[in-house]
Design a protein around this ligand. Sequence first.
Ligand SMILES: *Cc1c(COP(=O)(O)O)cnc(C)c1O
Length: 558
Amino acid sequence: MKIAIGTDHGGLELKAILIEALSSIATVIDMGPNEKKSCDYPDFAGAVARKVSSGEVDFGILICRTGIGMSIAANRFQNVRAGLCHTTETAVLTRQHNGSNVLCLGADIVSSEYAVEIAKTFISTPVDADQRHARRRAKLERAARLSDCSGLAAYDSEIYEAIVDQTTQEDEEINLIASENFSSRACREAAGSVLMNKYAEGYPAKRWYSGCGPVDKVESLAIERAKALFGAEHANVQPHCGSAANMAVYFACLKPGETILSLSLDQGGHLSHGSSVNFSGKLYNIVPYFVDKKTETLDYDELEKKALEIKPKILLSGASAYPRAIDFKRIREICDKVGAIMMVDMAHIAGLVAGGAHESPVPYADFVTTTTHKTLRGPRGGLVLCKEKWAKALDSAVFPGMQGGPLENIIAAKAICFKEAMSDDFKAYAAQVVKNCRVLCETIKARGYRIVSGGTDNHLFLVDVKEKGLTGKDAAAALDAAGIVVNKNAIPYDTESPFKTSGIRIGTASVTTRGMKEGEMIKIGTMIADVLDCIADDKIIARVKAEAKALVSAFPVP
Ligand SMILES: *Cc1c(COP(=O)(O)O)cnc(C)c1O
């Protein structure tokens, strides 16, 4: 057991006595101070609270004259529950009921012998063994998530209420939207930070504004981490979103009217790959390729034939709704054969690529674009990676070509996301996303639903609901009413309109981030099939909704 202990000038003697008394049962880390000079309690509360918050120690002990200032200061830290105890009874109760992990003591209130007794009681009392107070502790966690905007609550109740609603929705629904995820608290802190206030047109050390020292550090870190994470020669972290990242690549190497060969939107492509209502379709000559009608997967020989015939300037791969692995090596061969620039939009699978659960396009492609908020689990934003020879053209396409000042607060959150994605935890997450997806897909398939292409290799799959007489729109609405959120999605060669569609798209990134595994996927797959089997049955929908809420309550959103 590890305990961090700290005090202000009012508790030096008691600190020494507690260290002496506890060192036979725990490793006690003395966070100071070590001389009797006036000092500020928040400094030492922060030092101890950070150790508890990060999980480095099991408990914290903080002393000041009353213990009140220490408890106020410590409770401002994530994961910290500081309890101010003047008796052994309160020590027992705050452990059992509140799950306290920091003990605050008043050196002027309790004798030193009694303080030792309180501390021993505190660290030996288990948290709520029968889970009687679990519901209330869950509400404490929720309050912690909302405390990020407690200042705004007083100023703008309308916006605050919407944030509370979003928090409730995240807490209570099973989110299977393939393009969504839950960012970490660290990401959200950076995104809401004062970095938002800085104008920084240009690039690190080459800015059009003064005072860019701090943001230069931020953006350089983001660039270096992006390059290291994906093994890229060059990175531009400024694009505001995935569509802007794609625009930057087109601007870097195409003239208006030149040709892009890209996967058709209604077969899993993206708006920014050449839809006629998007800038890409208006500015460039877009030629779509299609999946094979029978296998519903990419046919690389057909793609090669088409590329040879069309001679595109860019051959674009990557998709929003393609459930299979993409063979980037084969696509490189095609590009070399026809002299096309190879561009891969890995927006959906970037987290799998980062975590080693999908082959990386980076060694093959001239340009790789991505969003940072899908499987990669960072802030809403874009990123472009490219070979060194394209670096200058890319950077000037982003700025001054299409954007003004970069969002350095979001770039800081991207840097955090890249750091997180280099961890072993993230590798485990990426592998689990794919495992979960397979199990969820197989569960629904076993209930008689047709899966587009027969299965999945990544984080998503498509269910053809038309075979069961449903539209994607009605299926998604029934599931939504049951607390399970998916989206309607066209399937290859769909005969329904894009507003109705014949399919639903299901993804497992969000539920995996919450910590769910194969067992939960079987439960969720069964719930989905129960609803789809009779979408007009309100009783079943109500039952599944209660089941969904109960299931997610054990998997807190970060
Ligand atoms: C989501 C997505 C994008 C664009 O993302 P935005 O940030 O919404 O602009 C681009 N390409 C693909 C393949 C996507 O799935």
